[in-house]
Write a protein that binds this ligand. Structure first.
Ligand code: PMP
Length: 786
């Protein structure tokens, strides 16, 4: 398993889209790539030659870790000549690209919890670099009408005592906005007043148009220079992205910190590239002016084309090589009945339908816009814009169809809660009075559920829990003086307590504190019911997924990671099978038969099962749901996030597979009426699941062997599909009490159950639904008539 950090961090969307465009080209698809983040010009000849010379002169060994002295001198000279800035060598570091300087700078500057102000739209790397240093990004949106420039007031209101730095990218990727001197001075005032650092990413410094005069933030004065670290490099100015040389200039202590970190990460930047960069910085600069003139020509052209679109606005950029037009007027429109909802959806549409790669603005924190790079030939630019304009014009205003608005409740708490099932009477009394003090008349819900004949009363101040509770169970008789067998308090707003569940068996009291999530409540109720019904009615309860075939039932039992659900729903595809229960079975033995009851009015089903049983999706649309993902930001499916084909982007208002935690309360009769659901079955087969690659698909089990596996609650296979499994007696997480007496009770029950059923150990790593079906079919045939 990779670390949380690695799992959480998003890949660079620019690189991803550029890679996609390249892959499409490789397949022979004529894609125009307007997503690129690098100049499309050749590295100047003199620079290449300097690289070749470095190789010939065997300058191919480690160098000083913070850069060769000659290169530092050339950097110092450039900063002096261009910006009248004075730096000493210990205030300069050369790195493997500006990105590497930036990364090391943030590592050197930011402590855990420090805040870094990042004006949006921002270059995608900034927030990730901050979070990798355990800092906190404070994103400050800038306004299109202000030319995407950060204003002093916006900066001021984002500063808190935890603010350590501002990242100012001038000119900006992705907007191309460039700050005139007076705008920088106004920001500098706030910076000095608040005493924060400025990370001035000036990598596009030379790429400015319309006679714009660029000023480095550090050049505004001696005081501001002490608080500024300039980031720059040769990538963009000299069309040298692949050579990987960037640099930073700033206070000696900060640069020294960066050098130490760099010495342990990349060591020195590439020796050959350092020599080439030296030549680039020192040598003639006319290639730069040629490139700038060409970029300006393309910018003017692309801007003119975009401005011809009636509902698209595009700020005129004065730097870099990007346009950042606002295409939000296309959101809500559709093509082939698929609506475009956001910049990712538009990017996907343009790539698939128009064969143009652009970068969605959401990647830069501005979902209304897209980024179009003009670092490509004029010919490509013309073609690309033709295609974009054509594709956008082909979009139709969506028909006014009624949108499904999902009945979905987002809970505050989503994790399961720890359960203390052995609290004393005194503790129970104290907790109950704490709960009752918080429950007020104005916000009190009470409802008796009949759970297999056991009456459980819910007392709660959480209307969502009450709502799901009523939906989940059959009601108990409405008698005014009815005494429930057990009571559950589910109370939110208890000060100073973490989400937690408690249970006292003597009084049959369950207590659920500070959680609004339904699953822990249901689980506590089932635990309570098991406790009551085993003592009172000699019924037994166990956990499994069961179905019926012509009056004969089977159940799948197994721990997490044995693909129980996948197998179960694959089996259910069989028309003759009827769903019995997806989680819990109540059993009674009657005249040698094993009667299994499904006692829930509605079944709580993880919405992810639509992957295996798509028929449920339209039923979930009309059921009560909890924690279904409705925004891409909340998606927890890291594999899916890496792909472009996100259904949330492509018009779906929600996604059933984006989280393992989303559930729906489904009326099982909705699937196909009584053809697909049955409340009682006569259990014939117990299928215990294991998961590995080598064991046989099905092995017949004898009672005591099966019992041992069940009691251990461990995965009897050598693997799981999801990493290590935890053991759970009888694979039953609802079992509240695990005293020896209770375990014995369960054992006796399973012993009896196994005497009356056929038990198989199924290896779900190799066995398919068909294998199980065949086994059932074989055994359900009447006895051989030999
Ligand atoms: N800063 C910004 C704003 C950029 O756009 C880029 C490149 N896309 C960089 C830094 C990194 O440049 P380098 O190639 O020197 O790492």
């Amino acid at each position: 398993m990779v670390s949380e950090k690695a799992n959480k961090i998003g890949e660079s969307p620019t690189l991803k889209i550029t890679a996609k465009a390249k892959a499409m080209k490789a397949e022979g698809i004529d894609v125009i790539d307007l997503s690129v983040g690098e100049p499309d010009f050749a590295t100047p000849e003199n620079v290449k030659q300097a690289g070749v010379r470095a190789i010939e002169e065997n300058f191919t060994k480690y160098t000083q870790n913070d850069g060769i002295p000659d290169l530092k001198e050339a950097i110092i000279k450039r900063l002096k000549e261009d910006q009248s800035l004075d730096y000493a060598k210990n205030q300069i570091i050369a790195s493997t690209g500006a990105k590497s300087s930036l990364y090391h700078l943030i590592q050197a500057l930011i402590n855990e919890g420090d805040e870094v102000i990042i004006p949006a739209p921002y270059w995608v790397t900034y927030p990730h670099a901050v979070s990798l240093a355990n800092g906190k990004s404070v994103i400050v949106p800038t306004k299109e009408e202000n030319g995407f420039l950060l204003t002093p007031d916006e900066l001021k209101s984002a500063v808190t005592p935890a603010t350590k730095a501002l990242i100012l990218n001038n000119p900006s990727n992705p907007t191309g906005a460039a700050y005139p001197r007076h705008a920088l001075e106004a920001l500098a005032e706030v910076v000095l007043e608040e005493d924060i650092y400025v990370i001035a990413d000036e990598i596009y410094e030379k790429l400015v148009y319309d006679d714009f005069r660029f000023h480095s933030f550090a050049s505004l004065g001696q005081e501001i220079k002490k608080k500024t670290i300039v980031i720059n490099g040769v990538s963009k100015t000299y069309s040298m992205t692949g050579w990987r040389i960037g640099f930073a200039a700033g206070p000696a202590d900060v640069i020294n910190g960066m050098a130490k970190i760099q010495s342990h990460s990349t060591s020195n930047p590439c020796s050959i590239s350092q020599k080439a960069s030296l030549e680039a910085l020192r040598g003639p600069q006319y290639d730069v002016s040629k490139m700038v003139a060409e970029f300006q020509r393309r910018r003017n052209y692309a801007l003119m084309r975009l401005q011809s679109l009636p509902d698209v606005s595009c700020h005129k950029p004065q730097g870099a090589f990007y346009l950042f037009p606002n295409f939000s007027s296309t959101y809500g429109k559709e093509f082939n009945n698929t609506a475009i909802r956001n910049s990712y959806g538009l990017a996907y549409y343009l790539l698939k339908e128009a064969r143009v790669a652009i970068v969605p603005g959401d990647a830069f924190g501005a979902d209304d816009c897209i980024r179009i790079s003009y670092a490509t030939s004029m010919e490509n630019l013309e073609k690309g814009l033709d295609r974009i304009i054509g594709a956008v014009s082909a979009l139709k205003t969506a028909k006014k169809t009624k949108r499904i608005s999902l009945n979905n409740f987002q809970t505050r708490v989503t994790a399961s809660v720890p359960v203390d099932a052995s609290i004393s009477i005194n503790m129970r009394d104290a907790l109950v009075s704490e709960m009752e003090d918080t429950l007020s008349f104005a916000n009190y819900f009470e409802w008796n559920a009949n759970i297999n004949g056991v009456i459980v009363q819910l007392r709660t101040n959480v209307s969502h829990l009450n709502d799901f509770w009523i939906e989940n169970w059959y009601p108990a008789q409405l008698e005014a003086d009815l005494e429930p067998h057990g009571i559950i308090y589910a109370v939110e707003g208890i000060a100073g307590r973490e989400p937690r569940a408690f249970y006292n068996s003597e009084t049959k009291t369950g207590i659920l504190v500070n959680t609004d999530n339904y699953s822990p409540l249901r689980s506590l109720a089932l635990g309570l019911v098991m406790d009551v019904s085993e003592r009172l009615f000699s019924t037994y309860t166990f956990r499994g997924m069961s179905a019926d075939r012509n009056g004969q039932g089977f159940v799948l039992i197994g721990p997490k990671g044995t693909k129980k659900s996948e197998l179960f729903y694959a089996l259910l595809q069989d028309k003759e099978l009827r769903l019995h229960s997806n989680d819990i079975l109540f059993i009674r033995f009657s005249g040698g038969r094993v009667l299994a009851d499904s006692i829930e009015r509605k079944l709580l089903i993880p919405t992810q099962v639509v992957e295996f049983f798509p028929r449920l999706a339209p039923l979930f649309d009309n059921s009560k749901c909890e924690n279904v993902i409705m925004r891409k930001d909340n998606c927890q499916d890291s594999d899916c996030l890496r792909m472009d084909d996100c259904r949330l982007d492509r018009g779906s208002p929600f996604c059933y597979t984006a989280s393992k935690k989303s559930v729906s309360l489904l009326d099982p009769y909705w699937i196909e009426g009584s053809a697909k659901h049955i409340k009682r079955t006569q259990l014939q087969w117990i299928f215990l699941l294991r998961f590995d690659t080598t064991s046989p698909p099905a092995v017949k089990m004898e009672g005591e062997d099966a019992l041992r596996i069940l009691e251990s609650g461990e995965n009897p296979g050598s693997l799981t599909a999801m990493g290590p499994s935890t053991s759970q007696p009888f694979y039953n997480p609802h079992l509240l009490l695990t005293s020896p007496e209770r375990i014995d009770y369960q054992k006796n029950f399973f012993r009896e159950l196994l005497e009356h059923t056929h038990c198989y150990l199924i290896n779900s790593g190799v066995a398919t639904a068909e294998d199980i079906q065949q086994l059932i079919e074989r055994e359900s045939q009447p006895e051989n008539d030999e």
